[in-house]
Design a protein around this ligand. Structure first.
Ligand code: SF4
Ligand code: SF4
Length: 447
């Protein structure tokens, strides 16, 4: 129940709901409205609920719970809205208010506040998974069928987790990688004939938490690709999780704390760009100025940080593309990351890079901009709703007849793998991060 209406009004971003003219242009792009067919599960309906709370017409916050919990936060509605309603802020505000009125599950709290922000704990988690895989326990448990009995469909998700990187390989992640030179590890800034090459940019690489623990190989390939394209790559110490998962669950306090830690960590080196390879993280990093707008002592620093942030595809295009070696003929389709499209507004560069590879045919899928249903931990906490959205997505993927699905976000990558598995296409269709595909074409391998 509501205690102080003025306070709630501010936190719930009531003022922003007034920009909604209820036109409904956002309805055809909202995945939950399309699959669930309810006004309360549309952007317009959700905004209305928040507005009623702000006006004191609805005092029982639990009425907002299901519509807000089932929102993917994909922000396709923002892109479609003719009046520029900032739905992402309204959603964050509503979740933040709801979070105060109910207790979060213990496991979620521990994961978000203790494990994910800790580089050490994420390293240990990555190493533990490698041990689980290499010790034979994974094979044994998969064969026993015990994993299928785990709650919240965790067994299903276990089956699509990528192969882990060994502790020895983890320890080899360098502090600084210079421009491409002969050999696997770029160090000298010379080309294959031993001649000096001009450096294009100095960039700092944002490793992320999940990307670094579970997708370390993609991070390695990203660094190698950047070096090959002419960048000097610096790895900043003390960087941490971007805070997106926290913001999406309404924990704005923790999200701000992590943002400040990242800003302070990346200020230590004067680089041209701060580069990331995950659509969701990139969107969060690019909104640190908005996140910290009420904190004058941080705002300027946040703006500087935000301006330098780029997705890897943007930087590779600025470098003049990737030096392609060769690629066998292949039909690919590209599943856009919602946050890369709707928040970062990075649409052209990934397509440009894919099209630059000879022999590769890019076939755009229908509803290509629509969310795949992954949305952070949405597919775990709202499994059925997520699978309904995924099945629709897979129908569109199958129509393309592509044998490779490319994505630019770890959540989308796992979700598309799950989709391929559900369709029984594991032997015919592969799912790759765009970086893996570009590395393949440029003859770059991880170390
Ligand atoms: S498109 Fe914008 S103004 Fe129209 S209903 Fe949706 S959020 Fe409101
Ligand atoms: S964020 Fe996505 S799921 Fe949520 S209301 Fe907007 S379009 Fe619908």
């Amino acid at each position: 129940m509501i205690q102080d209406l003025e306070l709630i009004k501010k936190e719930i971003k009531y003022d922003k709901t007034l920009n909604c003219v209820q036109c409904g242009y956002c309805l055809p792009v909202c995945p939950t409205y399309i699959t669930m067919g309810k006004e309360t599960h549309s952007p317009r309906g959700r905004i209305n609920l928040v507005k009623m709370v702000g006006e004191g017409k609805m005092t029982d916050l639990s009425i907002m719970e299901e519509p807000m919990d089932l929102c993917l936060g994909c922000r396709a509605c923002e892109t479609a809205c003719p009046t520029g309603v900032q739905y992402g802020e309204i959603l964050e505000g509503a979740r933040s208010v709801m979070k105060k009125s109910k207790k979060s599950p213990m496991l979620q709290t521990i994961l978000l506040s203790k494990v994910i922000p800790s580089h050490k704990m994420m390293e240990q988690a990555g190493n533990a998974f490698w041990l689980y895989e290499k010790s034979g326990m994974q094979t044994m448990l998969r064969k026993s069928g015990l994993l299928d009995k785990l709650p919240a469909h965790l067994g299903t998700f276990e089956s699509i987790i990528p192969a882990a990187v060994s502790p020895k390989e983890r320890a080899r992640f360098p502090k600084r990688v210079q421009m491409e030179s002969p050999g696997v590890m770029a160090q000298t800034g010379t080309d294959q004939n031993g001649e000096k090459r001009e450096k294009k940019y100095t960039v700092a690489f944002f490793t992320g938490c999940i990307m670094d623990a579970m997708f370390r190989r993609i991070n390695q390939l990203s660094v190698e690709l950047l070096a090959k394209a002419g960048c000097e790559v610096v790895m900043m110490e003390n960087q941490t999780c971007c805070g997106a998962l926290h913001a999406h669950t309404g924990d704005m306090k923790e999200s701000k704390k992590l943002a400040k830690q990242n800003i302070a960590a990346f200020e230590k080196e004067n680089v041209d760009f701060i580069v990331n390879n995950a659509g969701g993280c990139g969107a969060m990093l690019k909104e640190y100025d908005r996140l910290l707008e009420d904190e004058p002592e941080w705002l300027e620093r946040a703006k500087e940080f935000t301006e330098k942030n780029k997705d890897i595809s943007e930087v590779l295009v600025l470098c003049g593309g990737i030096p392609v070696i060769n690629h066998p003929p292949e039909k690919v389709t590209y599943q856009r990351s919602c946050h890369m499209t709707n928040v970062q507004k990075v649409k052209i560069e990934p397509v440009q890079l894919i099209k630059s590879i000879p022999n590769v045919e890019l076939i755009e899928m229908n509803e290509g901009d629509m969310c795949c249903g992954s949305a952070g931990i949405y597919n775990i906490v709202n499994y059925e709703a997520s699978m309904e959205i995924l099945d629709r997505k897979m129908g569109n993927v199958k129509d393309t007849l592509a044998t490779t699905i490319l994505t630019t976000n770890p959540g989308c990558l796992l979700q598309m793998k799950l989709g391929v598995k559900r369709e029984g296409l594991t032997q015919k269709v592969r799912v790759l991060h765009l970086v893996e595909f570009l590395a393949e074409a440029a003859g770059v391998s991880s170390w």
